[in-house]
Every structure is written in structure tokens, then in C-alpha cells.
Design a protein around this ligand. Structure first.
Ligand code: NAP
Length: 264
């Protein structure tokens, strides 16, 4: 059945969207299903770019790709220049800051100094740079969605820098939301719990592989929905926040985590 085309003619930028099974590609495809033209971004995963682009185009919309390292101070400008070059518009409607990664370390003593610059550049400064570069092209009705993590709230002794970077992303979302609300642009965060990236069709993939550390214990003991989430379930929340249906929602964190984030 054809999906309602409430994003028809809009231009969306989705970062970290070239892996076949990922939150980024699921989001790009979901926005495209509802009519958006999509610029997908990737950094090192180039091998599946054409396949993702093909899937998006098969939905009857325009698609293009751009490579950039989020650690590059020109990250935002590179993506915006690519958007304006590939699509016949001077308007950017939707930004999904999805690219991000974590590095597990044993404890505080094992965190090298380099982790701080590396992870904060990708998880926090990159999203900021894209927002900053895109703002002159965003108009009322614009949507910015940042992909965070429940780790921002739960913390993790094994993922100190990652958790801190995602908490800072939540805070940045709130600050930018205050500025852009009067301009008719909403800014929200989607905060996933553990998402299954195995590509399994089984919707009941459990958390058995989550390690037996503090975060593992917290996640196991507080699961209300006792399985991992799927990239599509995260994409569905992003779609809602990108759509006209979410016009009075801004500065919020939307958890897609099966309840893991709730108080014990
Ligand atoms: N999977 C989960 O359980 C989970 C849970 C909570 C939150 N999240 C968040 O969800 C988002 C998507 O993650 P995912 O789980 O779907 O895994 P993923 O597909 O591996 O996403 C990570 C993305 O970050 C990009 N990236 C890595 N280094 C980069 C750099 N230096 N510059 C630019 N981009 C870079 C990667 O691009 P390339 O591959 O092209 O290098 C990749 O597309 C992330 O922000 C992650 O923190 C995931």
C-alpha cells in the first residue's frame, strides 16, 4: 500500500546511512517512503552506498551520497554543499544526525586522551557543525533529529566518553531547540536502547549478548519489552519527529528502548 507522502519534495540529510542494516539506512528509506529526497552521508563504509541509493531511488525520490569525516572542521559545510549541488533546491528541511560511535574501555585508567577528541568530534561537534551549516537553508517547518543513546542517562563504566558525549548531545539539543523554536524549527533527540544490527528477521532477539557489567545488569533488570529493538523501530520514531505530526514537540528526548531507561 502506498504510504502517505507528507514529506513530498522535502530534502533530508541523514548522516551515517550507508550500511545496509543500520539505523541510518532504515531512517533514509523510511523518510523516502513518505516522499523525502535524501542525501545520505557515510565516512568509511563506501561498498554499500550504491545499493542504499538504489533502494531509496526505487521509491520514486531523488537520492545522493556524500563522504565526509565528522572529525573534519568542515564537516557541516561539506554536507550542505553536497545537498545544494545534488538537489534542485536551496532549502534543507530535515537533518538526522545519526553518525556516532562508542569505544569500550575497561575502566577510567584505560581511557586514552585521544578518545575524548575523537568521540566528541564525531558524536557532538559533527552534529553541531551540520546544524550550523544548514541553518541558513532551514525554514519554518524544519526538523532536526539527533540520535543519542540511553547511555546518556544510564552511564557506563565501560563507555565513559561515549556516555558523556551523548549526554552532551541531549543538552545541545535542548539549547538549539530554544533558539530555533521561535523560527518554527523543531529540534529533538531520539535515544535508542540496544538495537539489533544482525539483520535478523526475528523480532524477539534477546539481550543475551549484553555483557555482565553494570550497564548490562541495568539493561537486563529494567527491560519492560524483553528484546532488542530494530533499526526500523528507531527510524519510525525519527519519521514521526520529522513529520508535520510533531509540530508542537521540541527539545524532547524520545526513548526507543523498551523501557530500559525508566526508573527501577
Ligand atoms: N546500535 C545500537 O544498539 C545503538 C544504541 C544506542 C544508540 N545508537 C546510536 O545510533 C547511531 C547509529 O548507530 P548504529 O548502531 O546504527 O551503527 P552504525 O550503522 O555503525 O552507525 C555508526 C555510523 O557512524 C558513522 N561514523 C563513524 N565514524 C565516523 C566519522 N569519523 N565520521 C563520520 N561518520 C562516522 C559510520 O559511518 P561509516 O560506517 O561510513 O564510517 C556509521 O554509519 C549512533 O549514533 C549510535 O551511537 C546505537
Amino acid at each position: 500500500m502506498a504510504k502517505e507522502q507528507y514529506l513530498a519534495g522535502q530534502l533530508a540529510i541523514v548522516t551515517g546511512a550507508s550500511k545496509l542494516v543500520s539505523i541510518g539506512s532504515a531512517t533514509a528509506l523510511t523518510l523516502a517512503e513518505h516522499g523525502a529526497n535524501v542525501l545520505i552521508h557515510y565516512n568509511s563504509t563506501s561498498q554499500s552506498v550504491e545499493e542504499v541509493l538504489g533502494k531509496i531511488r526505487s521509491l520514486g525520490v531523488e537520492a545522493a551520497a556524500v563522504q565526509a569525516d565528522a572529525g573534519d572542521p568542515s564537516f557541516g559545510k561539506i554536507l550542505v554543499a553536497a545537498a545544494l549541488e545534488h538537489f534542485p533546491t536551496d532549502k534543507i528541511n530535515i537533518i538526522v544526525n545519526n553518525a556516532g560511535l562508542g569505544i569500550a574501555r575497561e575502566d577510567t585508567a584505560s581511557v586514552p586522551l585521544e578518545d575524548w577528541d575523537y568521540l566528541l568530534h564525531i558524536n557532538l561537534r559533527g552534529p553541531f557543525l551540520l546544524i550550523q551549516a544548514a541553518l541558513p537553508y532551514m525554514k519554518p517547518g524544519g526538523r532536526i533529529i539527533n540520535v543519542s543513546s540511553v547511555m546518556a542517562n544510564l552511564g557506563s563504566s565501560k563507555m565513559i566518553v561515549y556516555s558523556a558525549s551523548k549526554a552532551a548531545l541531549n543538552s545541545m539539543t535542548l539549547s538549539v531547540s530554544e533558539e530555533l523554536g521561535p523560527k518554527g524549527i523543531t529540534v529533538n533527540t531520539v535515544s535508542p536502547g540496544p538495537i539489533d544490527l544482525s539483520g535478523s528477521k526475528d523480532l524477539n532477539v534477546t539481550l543475551d549478548d549484553v555483557k555482565d557489567d553494570r550497564i548490562g545488569w541495568r539493561v537486563h533488570s529494567n527491560q519492560h519489552i524483553k528484546r532488542k529493538g530494530t533499526p526500523q523501530e528507531v527510524a519510525n520514531a525519527i519519521l514521526f519527529l520529522a513529520s508535520p505530526m510533531s509540530s508542537y514537540i521540541t527539545g524532547q528526548v524520545t526513548y526507543v528502548d523498551g523501557g530500559i531507561n525508566l526508573p527501577l
